[in-house]
Design a protein around this ligand. Structure first.
Ligand code: PEP
Ligand code: MG
Length: 755
């Protein structure tokens, strides 16, 4: 059986010489295929390049008919070459023609070949083409030979990526690397943003691939491994990892990988075969990324991501900072692309230059999503492999209205989105015009529209939107963006600043709603089977009253003579509310004893998020000053659907009969009990849902700033009495249909109500 006479080392040395020769791109490629064929003892060696239009084109061959070069093409998935491109995996066959995917291209004259070995040209997880060797015999290619061809393919991928080869293509199609890519994720924050990619954590670009001195490269690799291991050990041992935003678990996983013998062996082998240390790391990382792109299991993908991070750390060590695209000043229209990002990191960027955010992770209720919404930045999450697919500087469009991302869009797509952005801006302008109009329906029903907020950056929206106050101030955001627990005086300072920003407008502060998915990096997290049903919100507040007391005191002091509204999250029984209220009373008495000015008026409310409270609605209305419906959690618990779980989160409609009946009960009983009722969950900010809430009797809604204009535009055209009759009638005599959405949509459309 033939075997590679020179092995990959000699091949790489010869490749380096060819790369340095002052010849044209086609000549260079022709020499390369001859070299590879000889080195691999194969009769044929061919290079196929994946063009921007998704077609694989034969760019060079030794052994097949030369006339076929730049003529033979195939689609991804077509034939063996297409199969390799679409799976991004090597394929070794002793008899190619008996493979079901074999497709015969007569112009190449390849029918006489049996042995077939093809590998993808991979760069940063992207497939740029396919490299093939063929033999007349029924050859069985060894693992070493496959590895050698993969290493060669890496060098070729670099050649493709530099663009030198593109000039050879008869049709101007661009490289696959520059191909437009459209990805669907989930919307985190509404709006359309056009700009250029800025990687939150810039990638290292390896240019020096072929080793001059293998022993020296092995030494460099070992040093980098040792340094990375030491830095991980140091981080873990320092014990204060939480303060650096690194989670201990991630570091422990890193440590495990940094000692993973399989991973280390593959890198060492790659160096021994003739690559530089950094190229060896990238080579193994590239395989890993290709696996990541195919991996659908979220846990395994996460592990591959960890490995990817570790490889990045090593590349930084090996290549040095000068090769890293530095995060200097942000370009004017920056779209931040990251695997994941904390809210604090986002707030570090210059907001005026940001046009959008794209994340590989991050669900709609994640912290970063809430901050993005507060900043009015379009954001899309769960975009698979965004950081691998996009290069810094690439044009990108973020459509937060539907959750789409366009990477390197062609001019038609870009024009369509630019038009969409213009239309939205025009609509926003129209909403601004509504700002000073009284918020009343056509039949003179006044609806109080307030904002949801949580950071100081939210508060300028009060003036911009003409909102009547803050209906939900999520105090946990200050805790979530901080690196350590905010002190009592820091809390008080934030609340005072919020009061100052709001002027005469009221703010309803919600006490800490942590636990569940809202984790504080500096607090010891506890393992819970069902965190959403676990130790969270007011449950923590009542069990550990020290924290709650500190917050209540900060709120009472910050109000200093002004009216204050406080509400408690996740109240499940009347008794919980009464106990929380008692803590407030004690704090009030304490402050008064110490001569502090108390709020001029104090209202205490319960959030209705847990269905059990529906069955104590009369009692809670008797003791609370107001009820605020947290519809996000109420939906979650009423229908038993995890709001973080994409598979089920949207399974049921908030406009379905059960939810509407629950909401009607709250509105009716609150009215009877003389207790004010508000809705502050996401449904209050959607025009059609808001219309239903008004129909049910709610006169106060709190929503994100971007929703206020659309909701106001809706209610200005609404006859509340008419829609109330319709919805009450329907809820009394509901047929078998679950959702009233179609009926309400028809009503809105036939009455010219913008929804
Ligand atoms: C809700 O549950 O509807 C709510 C407003 O609270 P959060 O989204 O912060 O849980
Ligand atoms: Mg909630």
């Amino acid at each position: 059986m033939p075997s590679a006479p020179g092995g990959p080392r000699l091949l790489l040395r010869r490749l380096r010489e060819i790369m340095a020769e002052p010849v044209g791109a086609q000549d260079r490629l022709d020499k390369i295929v001859v070299l590879i064929a000889a080195n691999m003892v194969a009769e044929v060696c061919s290079v196929y390049v994946l063009r921007g239009d998704g077609v694989l084109e034969l760019f060079a061959t030794e052994g097949l008919k030369r006339e076929a070069v730049h003529l033979t093409t195939m689609r991804a998935g077509e034939g063996l070459v297409g199969l390799i491109a679409s799976t991004a995996e090597p394929l070794a066959l002793s008899d190619a023609q008996s493979h079901p995917s074999f497709s015969y291209k007569p112009e190449t004259g390849e029918e006489i070949y049996h042995g077939f070995l093809g590998v993808p040209l991979l760069r940063a997880g992207n497939t740029l083409g396919v490299l093939v060797v063929q033999n007349r015999t029924h050859r069985i290619y060894t693992e070493e030979e496959i590895e050698a061809l993969e290493i060669t393919a890496m060098v070729l991928a670099e050649l493709v990526a530099t663009g030198e080869l593109q000039a050879l293509a008869p049709v101007e199609t661009g490289s696959a690397l520059r191909r437009p890519v459209s990805q669907r994720g989930v919307s985190l924050s509404d709006g359309v943003g056009l700009g250029h990619v800025v990687l939150h954590e810039p990638r290292v670009v390896v240019k020096n691939l072929i080793a001059e001195n293998i022993d020296a490269e092995l030494e460099r690799l070992e040093e980098a491994i040792a340094e990375v291991r030491a830095s991980i050990d140091e981080l873990i041992e320092r014990g204060d990892v939480a303060h650096h935003g690194e989670h201990r678990e991630v570091l422990e996983t890193f440590r495990m990988f940094a000692h993973d013998q399989g991973w280390l062996r593959r890198m060492r082998e790659a160096v021994t075969s003739g690559l530089t240390a950094e190229a060896a790391v990238e080579r193994v990382q590239s395989d890993n990324r290709a696996r990541m792109l195919r991996q659908t299991d979220p846990y395994l993908r996460e592990r591959l991501h960890d490995l990817d991070d570790l490889a990045n750390r090593m590349l930084h060590r090996l290549v040095g900072r000068d090769m890293v695209a530095e995060r200097t000043s942000l370009p004017d229209n920056a779209i931040l692309v990251a695997r994941s990002m904390g809210p604090a990191a986002l707030l570090d960027y210059d907001r005026s230059r940001l046009r959008g955010i794209v994340l590989e992770e991050g669900g709609p209720t994640s912290h970063i999503a809430i901050v993005a919404r507060a900043l009015g930045l379009p954001a899309v999450g769960e975009v698979a492999n965004a950081t691998s697919l996009a290069d810094p500087g690439d044009a990108m469009i973020v459509d937060g209205s539907v959750g789409d991302v366009q990477i390197r869009p062609n001019s038609d797509v870009e024009a369509a989105y630019a038009e969409k952005a213009r239309l939205r801006a025009r609509r926003q302008e129209q909403y601004r015009k509504l700002r000073d109009l009284p918020s009343v329906t056509k039949d003179d029903v006044a609806i109080k529209l307030q904002l949801n907020a949580g950071l100081l950056v939210d508060l300028p929206h009060l003036a911009e939107t003409g909102a009547e106050g803050v209906g939900l101030f999520r105090t946990e955001l200050q805790f979530m963006v901080a690196e350590r627990m905010p002190t009592a005086s820091e809390q008080q300072a934030l609340y005072s600043a919020a009061f100052a920003e709001a002027g005469d407008l009221p703010i309803t502060f919600r006490t800490l709603d942590i636990g569940g998915d809202k984790i504080l990096p500096y607090m010891q997290s506890i393992e819970e089977e069902n965190p959403a049903l676990g130790w969270r919100a007011i449950r923590i507040g009542l069990d550990r009253p020290g924290l709650l007391r500190m917050q209540l005191r900060a709120l009472l002091k910050a109000a200093a003579g002004r009216p204050l509204k406080i509400m408690f999250p996740m109240i499940a029984t009347c008794d919980e509310f009464i106990r929380a209220k008692e803590i407030v009373e004690r704090e009030k008495a304490h402050l008064s004893r110490h001569g502090h000015v108390l709020p001029s008026d104090l209202e205490l409310g319960a959030m209705l998020e847990v269905p059990s409270l529906l069955f104590q609605i009369r009692e809670i209305c008797a003791v609370a000053d107001f009820i605020s419906v947290g519809s996000n959690d109420l939906m979650q618990f009423l229908f038993a659907i995890d709001r973080e779980n994409r598979r089920v989160a949207n399974r049921f409609d908030p406009l379905s009969v059960p939810m509407l009946r629950a909401l009607r009960l709250v509105a009716d009983e609150a009215q009877k009990g003389g207790c004010k009722a508000t809705v502050c969950g996401e449904i209050g900010g959607r025009p059609l849902e808001a219309m239903a809430l008004i129909a049910l009797g709610f006169r106060s809604l709190s929503m994100s700033p971007a929703s206020l204009g659309p909701v106001k535009a809706m209610l200005l055209e609404l006859n509340a009495g008419q829609v109330a009759s319709l919805i009450h009638e329907e809820l009394e005599h509901a047929g078998s249909g679950d959702s009233l959405r179609p009926l309400l949509t028809r009503f809105a459309e036939s009455h010219g109500i913008p929804i």
